[in-house]
Design a binder for this molecule. Structure first.
Ligand code: G6Q
Length: 546
């Protein structure tokens, strides 16, 4: 079994850590004037500066050795080669095939998957263009300008994040809407604003059995049929799914179904038919550019040696904090309003993939796995939780992501934003000693008593890690690169931790219990055995809803 005590490289890292712990980044920068450049990698229009992390060559060398000992290179080849690396579900993991712009064959069970992927891409192209150009219209002949994606989890977060990120590229007359949650709010809020004659519903569900999505889809279908009649459904509903039978049962013509396959995991599916709303909003060419960007990152990940491999470097630094410093938190802060939903998207990608406790050899882990990921858009979050990042007792490594050029260059806005993101990384790393705080207070004319009272509050411990990712612009290509970078980072960490990053059994237990509780709330089942807290809550809610 792979455990913290049995791997040679891990043991070596423990030794390295003992020696390195307590090292201050300020000292590392002082000792090496070229540190900033040395710990920076660039791939096309994306630059990744990881120098403000608690690492040196020795640490990185030991981490690369861990990656080698864990057989990372072979595991990467296994994924790209179509091997069934999702072992618990006996599936290949081929989101990389969806953007395989080189079109080299990828075999699963002896069959090349590329022809079916290319055929579906052609279908997405034809349909998205037909909608955009008004060739595929609603039942009454009007152009479909309200596009509603009904899906949840992986069938929502990716398309939603990407549509928002690429809002600048939306066709002027098209509006995108997303209904995900099961409460009636999503349906009510969207259906209140759209017109049945101009609305296209995209039911996005890999399994086509998800209760939230099907309930929302049924409500929308009824709303449409009430307004335009049963015959209108074929012109206003399409399905994105792997499950033809259920799609037909639901009442969507299979001709209006865009398929994908079980080798595409939900949270890895925005590159597939699940990305239909992206293609309609920004145009197929831009959707293709997103695939191309991801492909560029795939090639980089597959072919670069570890010491220049961006996803590998980021993954290993994450392991260093998580497993050696005992820091199990991690923040992603995009400095760009268009990327505001990236943290929520990455939360699923990272926490659903690596929030696991059993190894691929069927043993409980004896080391920490996936960290808690959170984040929000800068500079907004500077005015909220950044207090804790600077002066709290928790150390939180963060990624600061920023485009050098904004789509909306108005006055000095972008320069102020850029100054802020750079200042945050510097402040977190440099900190401010009590002596400096005291000198500043003195210069501001404070009394000695005041200085003594305030200097601790005004000091910053520093040595707090951040990685700065500078993009040229948030365009479809760069977005593809960025998302693929995080996918491969998560994959790499899963390999190091020897867990299967591609199942998600953890989300099932709660779903099952909900099915037991539902009839109780509806009054068709009584006296079901629960703990006293759950029983009490059920009774309380029933009373209120009477
Ligand atoms: C993602 C998960 C999960 C899934 C949703 C929706 O990796 O599997 O978030 O995407 O539960 O599932 P359906 O697409 O099958 O409705």
């Amino acid at each position: 079994m792979f455990g913290k005590t049995t791997t040679k490289a891990w043991k070596q890292l423990e030794k390295v850590f003992k020696h390195f712990d307590g090292t201050e980044m300020n000292d590392l920068f002082a000792a090496d004037p070229k540190r900033g450049e040395r710990y920076t990698e660039q791939l096309e229009n994306m630059l990744v500066d990881y120098s403000k992390n608690r690492i040196d060559d020795n640490v990185m060398g030991a981490l690369f050795e861990l990656a080698r000992e864990r057989g990372l290179k072979e595991k990467i080849n296994d994924m790209f080669g179509g091997k069934k690396i999702n072992t618990t579900e006996n599936r290949a993991v081929l989101h990389i095939a969806l953007r395989n712009r080189g079109n080299s064959p990828i075999y699963v069970d002896g069959r090349d998957v590329m022809p079916q992927i290319n055929a579906t891409l052609e279908k997405i192209k034809d349909f998205s263009e037909a909608v955009r150009l008004g060739r595929f219209t609603g039942y009454t002949g009007k152009k479909l300008t309200n596009i509603v994606n009904i899906g949840i989890g992986g069938s929502d977060l990716g398309p939603f994040m990407a549509c928002e990120a690429l809002r600048h590229y939306w066709a002027k007359d098209i509006k995108c809407w997303f209904i995900s949650n099961i409460d009636g709010t999503g349906c009510a809020e969207v259906l209140n604003k759209v017109d049945p004659e101009t609305t296209l519903f995209i039911v996005a569900s890999k399994t086509f059995t998800t209760i939230e999505t099907l309930t929302n889809a049924r409500t929308c279908r009824k709303w449409l049929v009430d307004a335009l009649g049963e015959h209108a459904v074929a012109k206003h509903f399409i399905a994105l799914s792997t499950n033809k039978e259920e799609v037909e049962k639901f009442g969507i013509n299979p001709e209006n179904m865009f398929e994908f396959w079980d080798f595409v995991g939900g949270r890895y599916s925005m590159w597939s038919a699940i990305g239909m709303i992206i293609a309609i909003a920004v145009g197929f060419k831009n959707f293709e550019r997103m695939l191309e960007g991801a492909y560029a990152m795939d090639e980089h990940f597959k072919n670069s040696e570890f010491k220049h491999n961006i996803p590998v470097i980021l993954a290993l630094i994450g392991i260093w904090y998580n497993n050696f410093y005992g820091i199990h938190r991690y923040g992603v802060i995009p400095y760009d309003q268009y990327l505001q939903y990236l943290p929520a998207y990455l939360q699923q990608l990272d926490m659903e993939s690596n929030g696991k406790s059993v190894t691929s050899d069927n043993k409980y882990v004896d080391y920490a796995t996936g960290p808690v990921l959170f984040g929000g858009a800068g500079t907004n979050v500077q005015h909220s939780f950044f207090q804790l990042l600077h002066q709290g007792t928790e150390i939180v490594p963060i990624d600061l992501i920023v485009p050098a050029i904004s789509h909306n260059e108005i006055g000095t806005h972008q320069q102020i934003l850029l100054a802020n993101v750079l200042a945050q990384g510097e402040a977190l790393m440099r900190g401010k000693t009590e002596a400096t705080a005291a000198a500043e207070l003195e210069a501001a004319g404070k009394s000695q008593a005041e200085i003594a009272r305030l200097k601790k509050y005004k000091s910053f411990s520093g040595n707090r890690p951040s990685t700065t990712i500078v993009l040229k612009k948030v365009d479809p290509y760069t977005l593809g690169m960025l998302v693929a970078m995080y996918e491969h980072k998560v994959f790499t960490q899963g390999v190091i931790w020897n867990i299967n990053s591609f199942d998600q059994f953890g989300v099932e237990l709660g779903k099952k219990l909900a099915l037991n509780i539902l009839p109780e709330l509806q009054g068709t089942a009584h006296n079901v055995q629960h703990d006293s807290s759950t029983s009490n809550l059920i009774n309380h809610i029933k009373k209120i809803r009477k």
